[in-house]
Design a protein around this ligand. Structure first.
Ligand SMILES: [Zn+2]
Length: 138
């Protein structure tokens, strides 16, 4: 015996932008990861909070990335679909589809590409090439 289906609804979903191909994908709001229907690569969706040393090649998510005061991040590439908030230290290239906020304790050293950057007094920018423009779909 099967239960009757009354008013079937689509599972709740939201649209995120793929950080590989920059195209929009619909994902379940409960998903922590997914794969892009356009380029078929894996996507991390959950927000990332870094509170300590993180040295690696990449740090990527469709969500937001928060580096707190104790964060010490060295990566080749940090990509965030939802924006980046920096209160700690990062060395590496940042690509964000959302605004980047540099808090008063932030130190960054690397290229930055984002639609907007907010720099608090006290933030340290050691170097890198900045491109402040929307990241357009390919
Ligand atoms: Zn993609």
């Amino acid at each position: 015996m099967t239960a009757p289906v009354i008013n079937p609804v689509d599972p709740p979903s939201r649209v995120v932008r793929c950080y590989h191909c920059t195209r929009d994908c619909r994902v379940s709001i409960h998903a922590m990861s997914s794969s892009c229907p356009h380029c078929h690569r894996q996507l991390a969706i959950a927000d990332i909070v870094v509170r300590a040393r993180h040295w690696g090649s990449r740090l990527q998510t469709c969500g937001k990335i928060l580096l707190d005061r104790k964060a010490d991040v060295r990566v080749n590439l940090l990509t965030a679909g939802g924006g980046v908030e920096v209160h700690g230290s990062i060395r590496g290239k940042i690509v964000s589809f959302g605004p980047v906020t540099l808090g008063e304790t932030a130190t960054i050293d690397g290229d930055l590409q984002a639609p907007a950057v907010y720099v608090s007094p006290g933030a340290t920018i050691l170097g890198g090439k900045f491109a402040i423009a929307p990241v357009t779909p390919v």
